[in-house]
Unconditional design. Sequence first.
Length: 321
Amino acid sequence: MGPDSSQDAQTVSELGEFGLIHRVTSGRAQSSGTLLGPGDDAAVLAAPDGRVVTTTDLLVQNVHFRLDWSTPHQAGRKAIAVNLSDIAAMGAVPTGLLVGLGCPPDLPTSVVDELAAGMWEEARGVGVDIAGGDMVTATALTISVTALGDLQGRLPVIRSGASPGEVVAVAGRLGWAAAGWAVLGRGFRSPVAVVGAHRVPEPPYAAGPQAAAAGATSMVDVSDGLLADLDHIAEASGVGIDVRTDLLEIPQRLAEVASALGKDARHWVLTGGEDQALVATFSAGQPLPEGWTAIGSVIEGQGVTVDGADYGQEQGWQHWR
């Protein structure tokens, strides 16, 4: 149930904590997997597998999103997507979400309305609920999301399972969000598809469980950059990984944007984060699941190379760098 237009000018301090909670939760029906939703001290979710996969991500305004670049609705979708992507990267399916919101007292309630609508849209797109959360005063708009998932009887696909001789493959887009960030940073708002990739990632949610069922030996989502996130697998598994650029797709749209901005589209694909693609390793000779594309191999050694050599540039995003 959405707010009426007479309330759009209200601030969160005028509405109050409990009024705001009621505003964003009322009229939201819960699915059968949510046994007890918002309104009590804690939520109760079904755990069919007997194990619960859980992850948390924190998004801060002007670090992870800018409201002059994205609408609150888009920021809400992004907050959910980056968390559900981590669940998929473990080979699990999402079962529920908890959301914490910190915001200044003078924030218009209409911004919270839009954030909540975006969160619910992304959550419902994969069949899960926002089962609860918290709201507090903060100096900057901050969104904390905890996602829960179910392994459906499978072992989790972790980062430490890769072995030399295996194939490295990717599902989802690479480089698009980085291209969108570069376009927005130049003050442009198009191409829409590229800018939209920065505003709202499109993780291949189903590809994670599919890879797990197909025997993936390790997996990670690409949040910081392909090379940076592959390095997590290399380090955890005690192996080297070599990425072959001849196997990487450089979409024509990215090439056109890079040319217009004087940038290298291949660099975006190798190091750009926030596309929330999935990258995994599979036994050699095994057919890859539908939607997965080979981009390299696991080798003896350590670290990540590109075409057999050190990349020689920054490999992805790091906070506080």
